[in-house]
Structure formats: structure tokens, C-alpha cells
Design a protein. Structure first.
Length: 278
């Protein structure tokens, strides 16, 4: 597996690739969920490029940019083992040579709710780096995890609206045997906090099992009540959203929906979601 760190190295490598290229964008601290993205891309493409870049533009002041876990050597070993063909690991100076990008993407209305309401600059930063990576790497397929469901929806809309010549490949959430969704931030949790965090996936599972009984009007509120009764969990949001456009569902609704939540367990903010049928 080749490790690329500069734009010139990436360009030379990309010009030598034939066939379909699959792209997997990560911030590193890789776990099996990330490796599932690589496996999915490998099934759809001849060559797979993985990027590891902790993107400063998607972090707001006071968030965990400086402390976000970084382990490039460990990441490279995992990617080598799973069969990635190349790793692009640029520095912020490589990605933003002018120091600051003056032109930004407008992520639209879907970015003003849920994650976007709590982190109002987040999705503009995400789309900036994703758009740059798409231009630099020219992939045919790009794999994104369903755990970041709102990000997946917004990136998919950008690809459609801006006519990027590629296919977005959604990949299912990887969970621990006890149900906890894998996240690089799980390593922040103490053993006790990890036990508490299990309530997130358990509440979503309960919501999925009771969705048709409760209906769209009550489902999110009842799931939130269950979580708010658990000591050590500070709920940010629980919402039922339409997969088309990622807009909140209100009133009578029948069909597939996404039950999404975000909460702090101790000082660690976690997100999760499940599909439900109403």
C-alpha cells in the first residue's frame, strides 16, 4: 500500500490508476466501521484510496480538534491488512495552502437542524473538504457510513446538485456485539460511561420495535423520555426524519423513516440512528 502525503504524490498516483476508483474519506483513528467502508468500496471498484485527514474546518472553537485521536501508523497497518491500495494523509497546509478557504459550500436547509443546529458551521466545513477531496482524487465511487446519516444526506445532495460524476455508496452502521455503534470517540468513554452509552442503541431499538404502535407523532418524544431518565446522559436531540431531504417528520406519516439522536455521555458527544417503519 502506498502512503501519499502531498498533492503531487497524489496526482502522480491517481494518473496511474486504471479502472474504477473507490474513495473512503476518514479522520483516522480507524475501527471496524471504517474498514467496512473500505470493504464496500473494494466490492464496487478496482482500486481503493483511503484518506486520513482531521479536517479543521468542520470543528468549531471548543470542540475536540486538538484532542481528536490520531494514529497514522496504526491506521496504515489496518488499511494494509484490509487491502486498501493507497492512503492519502495530508496536513492542513496541504489541503488549505492559503491558510483559509474564502469560498465555502452552502449546505442548505438540511444543515440547519439536528447536528447543524448544535454545530452550525460543521456541515459547511464537511462539504468544503469533501468537495476538495472529490476534485483531487476523481473517484468513481465514494463510500460513506450511515451512522453519520445527516452528513450522508447532505453530501449526496451536493453530488446531485453540483453534478459530481460519481456514485455515493451508503454503508451500514457497524455495532459492537452489545449494540454500541462504533465511533472513534468511544475511546474517550470510561468503562462506566461505556455501559451508560449502551442506552442510546437500546432506546433506538425500543423505538424501532414500537414505531408502528406509537406513530410518527409520539415516537421521538417517547424515546427521548427513556433516555432522559438515565443518569449520566445529556440528550441533545431525538428526531424522526424523512430519508428524502433529511427533514423532520411531523403529523401523520407512513413509510420508512430515520430515528436519529445525539447525546453526551460524560463529556463525550455521541450520535446514532436506526431505520424505522411507520
Amino acid at each position: 500500500m502506498e502512503i501519499l502525503k502531498t498533492r503531487s504524490e497524489l496526482s502522480a498516483w491517481r494518473n496511474g490508476v486504471s479502472g474504477k476508483l473507490g474513495l473512503v474519506m476518514t479522520m483516522g483513528a480507524l475501527h471496524e466501521g471504517h474498514l467496512d467502508l473500505v470493504r464496500a468500496a473494494k466490492a464496487q471498484a478496482d482500486t481503493v484510496l483511503v484518506t486520513v485527514f482531521v479536517n479543521p474546518t468542520q470543528f468549531a472553537p471548543g470542540e475536540d480538534y486538538d484532542t481528536y485521536p490520531r494514529d497514522l501508523a496504526g491506521d496504515a497497518a489496518k488499511l494494509q491488512a484490509v487491502g486498501a491500495d493507497a492512503l492519502f494523509a495530508p496536513t492542513p497546509e496541504v489541503m488549505y495552502p492559503a491558510g483559509e478557504a474564502l469560498v465555502r459550500f452552502d449546505p442548505g436547509r438540511a444543515a440547519t437542524i439536528l447536528e447543524g443546529k448544535t454545530r452550525p458551521t460543521h456541515f459547511a466545513g464537511v462539504l468544503l473538504v469533501v468537495g476538495k477531496m472529490f476534485h483531487l482524487t476523481r473517484p468513481d465511487v465514494a463510500a460513506f457510513g450511515k451512522k453519520d446519516a445527516q452528513q450522508l444526506a447532505i453530501v449526496s445532495q451536493m453530488v446531485t446538485d453540483l453534478d459530481f460524476p460519481l456514485t455515493i455508496l451508503p454503508v451500514e452502521i457497524r455495532r459492537e456485539p452489545d449494540g454500541l455503534a462504533l465511533s472513534s470517540r468511544n475511546r474517550y468513554l470510561s468503562p462506566q460511561e461505556r455501559d451508560t452509552a449502551l442506552n442510546l442503541s437500546q432506546a433506538l431499538t425500543w423505538g424501532r420495535e414500537n414505531a408502528s404502535r406509537l406513530g410518527a407523532g409520539d415516537l421521538a418524544a417517547k424515546v427521548r423520555q427513556r433516555l432522559e431518565s438515565v443518569p449520566g446522559i445529556d440528550v441533545d436531540y431525538v428526531a424522526l426524519v424523512n430519508p428524502v431531504g433529511f427533514v423532520p417528520i411531523t403529523g401523520d406519516y407512513h413509510g420508512r423513516a430515520i430515528l436519529a439522536l445525539a447525546a453526551k455521555v460524560g463529556s463525550t458527544r455521541l450520535i446514532d440512528n436506526m431505520d424505522v417503519q411507520l
